[in-house]
Design a protein around this ligand. Structure first.
Ligand code: OXD
Ligand code: MN
Length: 587
């Protein structure tokens, strides 16, 4: 427990509002967690899975109307609309508090209030931050225990400081008309009502570690980014770290946990995962940019995850994991999802809770956004630096998206400022997997569109300022595109583990070991510098996906100009100049 006056006063205030039957302080101990698991099973929140095949694993089903993040109902409640910026929904904080408190009032009646103290990042690390989440959901407690560091040591680390984030979650009736996910960056506060789905209710993740933290980073001079972090070990045993941002559905978790091709493994190359979703980065005493993964687990999309696509993610789910909205295989009391294997169960329950025969049914067994919540320690390639208090030094930042034609396989920005321009114009094309038209370009600057907690023009300026502070110690910035299509619509580059060949070029560039070709958009590899050993891929095809087509880029520049208009006066002059330079280079 804690004696922190600011914490106790807030808990009292919230308790008076939501009116629980009792209050339980969560300490993260195995003993308490086990009791809660048993209680969750008793009340039907969780189903216990086969202890031999999936030890300590559980299945949960959300309500059918509550299966994903709800961007349309997510608000940045800054004092002024202008400060939330053109890419966020905004609500006046006074009105938001009133509306949310009306919804939350007495909503814990007959329920328990769980108080979860959690650290984002290793407890006590100078890069970590503390939060307290109040919830009436055991499912949320058990997920938070996996996804964050929950323990009484968090109270000790906090002491009597007021630097902590307040998170109130109320399940209420899971009424989608009254569902709101509100961030109050100026108050370090998050309120989430009428949802039980992960991204909306595990308040440490998107709400705190991105929306609130991006604002904190702006004010305090650091960065909270939607980035994976991985370490690349060379045969000499040296490890270089990169951070990479991709919009959803671009294979971030796969890249974070990739296995290099056999030829490179035999040479001694290894990949180590530090994080798969979020990076907090600060300038260290040595002037370099250091990063931690503030999370403690993986909240990954299940469908498509299999031994081939992501062996390490699948291995991470084999114990201590909570599965949400996947199919329940009744024959052996395990789980199944589309893309796990080619042998769907016949005797199963689909994600909505109905009997399901995977061999004959037209319906999906798992929801396309079904998830696993797996402890990071389970990951076979988890980095030895995962718990490091100082984080890892970042050599390169990689942006990327899904582009059928425009972007080459990889290019390096000319410098930091040009790299910020590349990130600010980042885009991905919609696939058939998502609702709506295929091939529509969605601009998603730094993959932060749904997660930036303040005006995106100010966010770009913050990036530029970080670059000035880092000077020649700044990570080099790259852009990758694994998704170039041929005329028949097939992917040209094999992707997955073979992306290691591109990462090696990136590291060689950072170390000044390899030359490149200057193009209007940046530096592109010479085809012969991408190692194709043991790969059935000819150099002419490689050249075709390294090419920068001027006409396509003239069109792209026009689209970037359009995209930039929405930032108005807050678009930094430097980025306007970057766009003008690009246009001039293309002439
Ligand atoms: C996620 C997302 O769930 O980015 O990580 O949508
Ligand atoms: Mn994400």
């Amino acid at each position: 427990m804690t004696t922190n006056k600011t914490v106790l006063a807030w808990i009292d205030e919230m308790k008076a509002l939501v009116n629980p039957d009792n209050v339980v302080f969560i300490d993260g101990s195995e003993e308490q967690t086990e009791k809660l698991r048993a209680e969750a099973v008793a009340i039907g929140e969780l189903e216990k899975l086969n202890e031999e095949l999936l030890p300590d694993c559980y299945l949960h089903r959300t309500k059918v109307n509550d299966v994903a993040r709800v961007e349309g109902r997510t608000f940045i409640c800054a004092k002024t609309k202008e400060n939330a910026g053109p890419t966020n929904n905004w609500m006046d904080p006074k009105e938001a508090y009133k509306m949310l408190y009306d919804i939350a009032k007495d909503s814990y009646k007959g329920r328990t209030m769980y108080v979860i103290p959690f650290s984002m990042g290793p407890i006590g690390s100078p890069l970590a931050k503390i939060g307290v989440e109040l919830t009436d959901s055991i499912y949320v407690v058990l997920n938070m225990v996996i996804m964050t560091r929950v323990s009484n040591e968090v109270w000790t680390a906090l002491g009597d400081s007021n630097d902590w984030v307040r998170g109130l979650h109320c399940r209420c009736d899971i009424d989608e008309e009254k569902r709101y996910i509100c961030q109050f960056p100026e108050d370090n506060t998050i309120i989430s009502v009428n949802s039980g789905y992960g991204g909306n209710v595990l308040l440490g993740k998107k709400c705190f570690a991105l929306r609130i933290a991006s604002y904190q980073g702006w004010k305090e001079g650091w960065m909270a980014e939607h980035m994976l972090i991985l370490g690349i070990e060379n045969p000499q045993g040296e490890v270089k770290y990169v951070a990479a941002a991709f919009p959803s559905a671009c294979g971030k978790t796969n890249l974070a946990m990739m296995i290099p091709p056999k030829y490179l493994r035999d040479k001694g190359y290894k990949v180590w995962t530090v994080g798969d979703d979020i990076a907090w980065m600060r300038i260290g005493e040595d002037g370099r940019l250091w990063a931690i993964n503030p999370e403690n687990g993986f909240f990954g999309v299940a469908p498509g995850t299999n031994e081939k696509s992501n062996f390490n993610a699948l291995a991470s789910t084999k114990k201590g994991t909570i599965f949400t909205n996947v199919a329940h295989n009744l024959d052996n009391n395990t789980v199944w999802w589309e893309g796990l294997d080619k042998n769907p169960p016949e005797n199963a329950i689909e994600w909505k809770g109905n009997p399901w025969n995977g061999k004959t049914s037209e319906e999906k067994g798992a929801h396309p956004n079904s998830r696993f919540t797996a402890p990071a320690v389970n990951c076979p390639c988890i980095s030895s630096e995962f718990e490091s208090q100082s984080g890892v030094p970042i050599s390169a930042i990689i942006f990327g998206g899904r582009r059928a034609k425009t972007a080459p396989l990889v290019y390096q920005s000319k410098d930091w400022e040009n790299g910020v321009f590349v990130g600010s114009a980042m885009a991905s094309e919609t696939t058939a997997a998502a609702a709506g038209a295929v091939g529509v370009v969605r601009r998603d600057p730094m993959a932060m569109l749904p997660f930036c907690g303040y005006h995106m023009g100010d966010y770009f300026r913050h990036w530029l300022e970080m670059g000035k502070k880092l000077g020649d110690k700044a990570p080099k910035i790259f852009n990758v595109n694994w998704f170039r299509l041929d005329d028949e619509g097939h992917f040209i580059w094999p992707g997955f583990g073979d992306n290691m060949r591109v990462l090696n070029w990136i590291i060689d560039r950072c170390e000044g070991k390899v030359d490149a070709v200057e193009t209007p958009i940046g530096f592109v590899p010479k085809a012969e510098d991408i190692d194709l050993t043991d790969l059935d891929f000819d150099i002419e095809t490689l050249k075709s996906i390294l090419e920068v087509d001027k006409d396509t880029w003239v069109k792209e520049a026009a689209e970037i100009e359009e995209h930039y208009k929405k930032f108005g006066d807050r678009l930094p002059e430097e980025l306007k100049n970057q766009l003008n330079n690009l246009k001039a280079n293309l002439k």
